[in-house]
Design a protein around this ligand. Sequence first.
Ligand code: NAI
Ligand code: MG
Length: 494
Amino acid sequence: MAQAVLERSARTRPRPAIEFTKLLIDNKWVDAADKRTFETLDPSTGEVIASVAEAGAADVDRAVKAARRALETGPWSTMDAAERGLLMYRLADLVAKHAEDLAALESLNCGKTITDSRGDLEGVVNTLRYYAGWADKVEGKTVPVRGSFLSYTLRQPVGVIGQIIPWNFPLLMLAWKWGPALACGNTIVMKPAEQTPLTALRVAALAVEAGFPAGVINILNGYGETAGAALVAHPDVDKIAFTGHVDTAKIIQRQAAETLKRTTFELGGKSPNVIFADANLDDAVAGAFHAIYFHGGQCCTAGSRLFVEAKIHDEFVERLAHKARARAIGDPLDDATQQGPQVSLEQLDKILHYVDLGKSQGARLVAGGLRVGDRGYYVAPTIFDGVKDEMAIATDEIFGPVVSVLPFGSIDEVVTRANATNYGLAAAVWTKDIDKAHLFAKHVKAGTVWVNCYHVVDATTPFGGFKMSGQGRENGEAALEHYTETKTVTVKLG
Ligand code: NAI
Ligand code: MG
């Protein structure tokens, strides 16, 4: 059976309009100081869809100054916490009102299916509302200090936060970073990914409409090596929050050491997804499929190492391959599409390079392994069987629709093999045996563990990595600690 491909048809919706392409600094839409622009593409065709202002170091400096003013002297600096929360609720309502347009723009620019973009928009609204509720609940403590003193703690904003995000979940990563930063009273200079500059600008326009004071939220599109690096180096930025590649995080951490900036990192993974023979196999096949192919595998939590208990291995792989070939690949703006293009030619090339490595290192290609069509960056859902733990396709983050199937015999064996990686972002286990489920959850080194489910991520639950998958946590109450400084105040009594 060949790969299922949808032709562009009448079902496909019109391309969304692009209204915002400039930088947002101090609530004003401005060109870059040197007037530079760069082109942004539609990954489903490779065609240019807009020219976008490209920030450089001078723009970073302007934005940081605006953010500093907003933090120290603007209305934001004296606003009641409850009022900050209200602004965030208002922004969430505006995002909800424009969700369908935002979803279409997200799909156009990053290639995710319109169905997935709608899901992301729900996540954005939930995250903004969740943190809006926190705004007036971030409390200090009174401390039973020795002697005749009163000691208490204040939790104050860290300051000006530089936020650098990737292209795979442009709006959701924005919300994860804005939510706790704004709730705690910080100000923001955000650099979206160069591949996906458009939706952050659209949401920033809604933030202005919601009434966020000038300088609280600034958006600078541009490249990592220029705008991103300038933000990291800027002495008046207090913290960098980053999501992206491990190697980029290393560069940022080295550079941040110059000014001892706070950093939090949410990085990649090579997440183990473990299927025991006693699992509900219908659910496990569907779950393993979703784990790797959701958003074409462009997910930090992708279940890319699929450990299947030896006695069900053959049947499992066959069922997975059948589903993979039937996956409808096509225009992301078509409601019927299940998988859109990869985000860029660079990612397409990286994925195909790993397919070649898989084949040359002796793994067995069971499905996919090919580019689909010659327009846009489409890759067929790919399965390698007979994979050895040390092969490149089993050790490296591919960030595409490529799964490595690894048979196993016992729980001890699979825990050891699952942990034999520098990553530790997520893991999952499929079984009806609660002992196995909880033992695996206890012993696997990962920031998130799913039992009989996958990719369940919510604004309320802490998210982040063990080992080289990151530092710090996003979402939930856990994120607040990374956006506040604790100040101890001690008062002599009597
Ligand atoms: P990247 O880490 O280079 O890009 C992420 C963000 O960092 C972008 O906004 C980029 O402009 C910025 N950046 C890049 N270099 C920088 C620097 N020197 N200083 C400051 N900011 C910088 O990731 P890229 O190149 O887009 O993708 C490469 C691989 O990274 C992917 O194939 C995937 O394996 C991984 N990745 C992981 C993500 C995750 O969610 N954990 C998201 C995106 C990519
Ligand atoms: Mg890069």
